[in-house]
Design a binder for this molecule. Structure first.
Ligand code: KIV
Length: 274
């Protein structure tokens, strides 16, 4: 695979810079990370945004949904990522139960994440249902990215991870929610698993960056879950996922070689001991 040399300016990416990038038509790259080692590699590779996603619940903790992950666990992951990220803007997901239905709880949760992890911004799932919580967090000077379309924290309401907003009424609500999120002051919106035409419409209508995951090529940037794009996860291959490596096979091969070398008494060799 050829890798195009990109202009990796070393100055720290800010929410304002993302808006400038949208204005200049420069696409925004975003990828999840949950730990120090991977965040360091991703940051040094030139990623614009690192998302400490609540997908950590699935890929780090082995849960079937994002619902079980706690505020303490998200803070732990966010702190680890922040120690590594020098250039990328770091956004942390607010976990399920930390902001819904109670603006006071939302601001307390948000302030805990900001004080303890030092991330740059937060991401919150939902539109009009969580408007008050988002407004309260924004009023404390905390930058917020919205998240519309497929919102995995509502999986028990949807009942399925299928494409969202295919019907007119749901698409219209998404367009309204995106407008509202920009109006109240969100600096960006993630759109997950919606028709490409709807993603492009929202990106055209809004002046804040729209980052897609399964939202087509007409949005301002793309995000994927790191374990998916590196080919570490298996049994998950939605249409939107492009795998850039097959690390599951590479890691399995390396681990099997290591086991074999130990069993054969071939590791350590003469040069590998004191
Ligand atoms: O938690 C996560 O990884 C996310 C992405 C799917 C956007 O929210």
């Amino acid at each position: 695979m050829s890798v195009a040399k990109r202009d990796t300016e070393n100055r720290k990416v800010t929410t304002h810079r993302l808006i400038e990038m949208k204005q200049k038509g420069e696409k925004i790259s975003m990828l999840t990370a949950y730990d120090y080692s991977m965040a360091q590699i991703i940051d040094e590779a030139g990623m614009d945004v690192i998302l400490v996603g609540d997908s950590a619940s699935n890929v780090m903790a082995g849960n079937t949904t994002t619902l079980p992950i706690t505020l303490d666990q998200m803070i732990y992951h966010a702190k680890s990522v922040m120690k590594a990220a020098k250039r990328a803007l770091v956004i942390c997901d607010m976990p399920f139960g930390s902001y819904q239905g109670d603006p006071r709880k939302a601001i307390e949760s948000a302030i805990r994440i900001m004080k303890e992890s030092h991330v740059d911004a937060l991401k919150i799932e939902g539109g009009s249902e969580v408007r008050e919580s988002i407004e309260c967090i924004l009023s404390a000077g905390i930058p917020v990215m919205g998240h519309l379309g497929l919102t995995p924290q509502s999986i028990n309401k949807f009942g399925t991870y299928t494409v969202r907003a295919k019907e007119e009424a749901e698409a219209a609500k998404l367009v309204d929610d995106a407008r509202m999120l920009e109006e109240i002051g969100c600096f960006g919106i993630t759109l997950e698993k919606i028709p490409a035409a709807l993603g492009a419409k929202v990106a055209q209508e809004r002046s804040i960056p729209i980052i897609g995951i399964g939202a087509g090529g007409g949005v301002d940037g793309q995000v994927l879950v790191m374990q998916d794009m590196l080919g570490i996860t298996s049994g998950f291959s939605p249409r939107f996922l492009r795998r850039y490596a097959n690390l599951r096979d590479d890691i399995t091969q390396a681990v099997q070689c290591y086991i074999e070398d130990i069993k054969r008494g071939d590791f350590p060799n003469e040069k590998e001991q004191y």
